[in-house]
Ligand binder design. Structure first.
Ligand code: MG
Ligand code: MG
Length: 251
């Protein structure tokens, strides 16, 4: 499905959806500590969102079996919550969540470190991946091209010895979890599809401490780095405006 220019009421619903989403992620942040299982975190997310009045977008999406993706360490995205997966000291934890409200969907992710970081490099990775997301958001305006956004993200990250994952990309969002076009985290300025004000997109750099190559784990869902190096992922859903972008997934 091609992403459409959203109506005023659709945008209002997405602002509400995005606020719920960000509220749940902030609720999970202090609970993401050594000793808790990823399934416990998923259940907390489900209960908190229910209380806020939203519906989890990922449950059942293309068969995904839970409300949230939780990806640890060398897992980049799409980790499945499990009662057997216990978070340990220093893990990099990616929380990727989607909320449906009045038929409209927002999508956002954060990465954080449980307890004490194992290495300064892990804190740097998270800080720079989040900065890459902000750099991509700052590139947005009416009639921006997808390559303008990707180029901004890639140019910022290129100063570091990181892998920028290419197999997974940002996307249009709103009526569906994933709408066309793709929004890669790399590219050339003045290339790719044009995006108009009123469209809503998810920008989501995925950055590794090693290779950009990823593989799919035997569970058929979890995307991991091919070399086992750790990764980070930050994502916001934004509304394209005349001169910039409005972040919708914020409290
Ligand atoms: Mg997401
Ligand atoms: Mg997404």
């Amino acid at each position: 499905m091609q992403t459409r220019v959203k109506t005023a009421s659709e945008i209002k619903a997405m602002r509400e959806s995005g606020r719920m989403l960000a509220t749940v992620l902030e609720y999970l942040r202090p609970k993401t500590v050594p000793g808790i299982s990823t399934k416990q975190l998923a259940d907390l997310a489900a209960a908190e969102l229910k209380g806020l009045g939203g519906t989890p977008s990922f449950m059942g999406y293309q068969g995904f079996p839970d409300v949230i993706c939780i990806s640890l360490n060398d897992e980049v995205v799409h980790g499945i919550p499990s009662p057997n997966r216990i978070i340990t000291e220093g893990d990099i934890v990616g929380l990727d969540f989607g909320v449906t409200h009045k038929g409209m969907i927002t999508d956002s992710a954060i990465s954080l470190i449980a307890g004490r970081p194992k290495a300064k490099g892990h804190e740097d990775l998270l800080e720079r991946t989040e900065k890459a997301l902000q750099t991509g958001i700052q590139a947005v305006h009416d009639r921006v091209r997808t390559g303008d956004i990707g180029s901004a993200i890639e140019s910022y990250l290129k100063q570091y010895p990181y892998g920028i994952v290419r197999d997974m990309v940002g996307h249009g969002v709103g009526h569906d979890v994933h709408e066309d076009p793709n929004i890669p985290n790399y590219g050339q300025p003045d290339t790719g599809p044009w995006l108009d004000k009123g469209m809503t997109i998810a920008i989501e750099p995925m950055v590794t401490l090693g290779t950009e190559q990823v593989l799919i784990a035997p569970d058929g869902w979890t995307i991991k780095t091919a070399d086992g190096k750790w990764a980070a992922h930050f994502e916001h859903t934004v509304l394209i405006t005349e001169t910039g972008a409005e972040v919708l997934t914020k409290v």
